[in-house]
Design a protein around this ligand. Sequence first.
Ligand code: HPA
Length: 285
Amino acid sequence: MSNSIYNKLEACLKSVREKTDFVPEIALVLGSGLGAFADEKVNVEVSVNYDEIEGFPVSTVPGHKGRFVFGTVGGVNVAVMQGRVHYYEGYPISDVVLPARLLRMMGAKVLFLTNAAGGINPDFSAGDFMLIRDHVALFAPNPLVGTNVEELGTRFPDMSNVYDNKLCEIILDTAKELNISIKQGVYAQLTGPSYETPAEIRMLGKMGVDAVGMSTAVEAIAARHAGMKVCGISCIPNQASGIRKDPLTHEEVQQIASAAAPRFKALIAEAIENISDYISTEGIS
Ligand code: HPA
């Protein structure tokens, strides 16, 4: 049976392949405030705007540029997503995870996710980083609902080690080397676009959630389904609703995320090199 999701992916891949034959080893998704990573840390070979790719979802959020940057970081082939689409923009969930799947089809072995997230854990302060150790995705639609895309993965994929332990260790070691402090915790994806109420945050805290945002977990699910190794870091620009006492604005989130960006970018660039060494040593495909 022909699968419309896979057909769309193939059309996107064809469209990208008409522009470049670049094969990424690591795919990196840049969250709020981090877009400059692509301009500062990547030796760019070619960039492709999302709107040049047939059928590709294009972000409407201020501060989210929409393009792939293909190039190298410390000699490692990376595909960087400068901007991602969110479910709250109105796209079907299959479109939200289309880029992750497309990057897999281009050859990426690792998906490195970043985002901005509200801190729920009382030990977290604005400007902290959190290594994502696990997620709660139950409040967002599961991106694998519908006919399974057999070409990518199995119907009932295991999710017991979504954020790869070894990649997590590498990121922790890298942060230590660079003297960058990093917390660890569980990330929950909600749909947004409204921020949470204090009652919702209390509930999430009781469920064991450390940080909350509007992206990432669904992309991680799709990437694991397609056989990629996944890791992720949240920048915590704010304490979540109710923990902080004053109202939250998108501008503030962007501003604090941008202020933390230099440390974030240094950590990611170095971690990419260390992850690549691990991939080649282990012969990961
Ligand atoms: N909630 C949800 N998403 C977010 C937040 C938040 O407090 N901060 C940054 N992204």
